[in-house]
Design a protein around this ligand. Structure first.
Ligand code: ZN
Length: 286
């Protein structure tokens, strides 16, 4: 079984300081938290940024730059930028795809629509085709976010139409109130339907975090942690930092006997093109 890739989802777009005082909001806080996760063993960080006025998610290229540039200087992390904006608010397609201008190695690709709370997170065929085309044109690998089986069917269909290319990297999102549950049966069922040469990772929302992480550990999948998905470290106890989640998975994987992938090892596993800036000799490691 290969090494484990840990992704840290630092902040998401919706969790406010009222919900947890520990959520990173400003670019500086997001950078600091991502660096801590990298030091703890994360190979990938999934990045949203926040509007300084509202405190909620924004697709502002300028604010993304304030996070991406320092992380490229300080770390060799793989950056996965969001294209979701604020799920349920359904920003225009161009605005959602704006962060791709920064040419990250990965970007999220929500492979279908789903109810979220009292709203709908719309990922129309038009959005999917625009996102797939732009990512292909500029060499960004889509991270295929899967909330139910139909979204895998959608990805396979886009592949047959030449719009998405293998090898795929899937991110199963399990345990949202309206999507596939965070259960072993659910994960096994989805896993059975992805192409063999794919890599995959799992997000267990809320209390699904640890059970789904353990499933990924034993099945040879990879794990996403972080406050975007889960704000509690244990029942009723808020996590103080994102790095706490990374540290716990590193400890468990170590006891289990599965090594943790460095960013470069993760690049090879996910077939990413190593970037020019990722040159160890010139890295200003803090
Ligand atoms: Zn996200």
């Amino acid at each position: 079984m290969g090494k484990l890739i840990i992704t840290a989802a630092i902040t998401g777009s919706r969790i406010t300081r009222e919900i947890t005082p520990h959520i990173p909001i400003t670019p500086e806080e997001i950078v600091q938290s991502a660096v801590e996760c990298w030091e703890a063993g994360a190979a990938v960080v999934h990045i949203h940024v926040r509007d300084p006025e509202t405190g909620l998610g924004t697709q502002s290229l300028e604010i993304f730059q304030q996070v991406v540039e320092p992380l490229q200087e300080k770390t060799d992390l793989i950056l996965c930028l969001t294209t979701s904006g604020i799920p349920g608010r359904n920003l225009p397609i161009e605005e959602r795809l704006a962060p791709l201008e920064l040419k990250p190695e990965l970007a999220s690709f929500d492979a279908g629509s789903i109810n979220l709370g009292q709203s709908v997170f719309i990922n129309s065929p038009e959005f999917l085709e625009s996102a797939a085309k732009k990512m292909k044109d500029i060499g960004v690998k889509p991270e295929l976010e899967i909330f139910d089986l139909g979204m895998i069917v959608t990805c396979l269909r886009l592949k047959n139409e030449g719009k998405l290319e293998e090898p795929f990297h899937f991110q199963f999102v399990l345990g949202t109130p309206w999507g596939a549950p965070a259960t072993p049966e659910s994960l096994l069922h989805l896993h059975r339907h992805i192409p063999k040469k794919s890599t995959w990772s799992v997000i267990g929302i809320g209390k699904g975090h640890l059970p789904m992480s353990m499933m990924a550990l034993i099945m040879g999948g990879h794990i996403r942690v972080g406050m975007e998905d889960n704000i509690y470290y244990t029942r009723g106890v808020l996590a103080k930092t994102n790095a706490q989640f990374v540290e716990r998975i590193v400890r468990i994987a170590g006891e289990y006997g599965r090594g943790v992938a460095t960013p470069d090892e993760a690049r090879r596993k996910m077939n990413l093109n190593k970037k020019m800036w990722n040159n160890k000799d010139t890295l200003n490691v803090i």
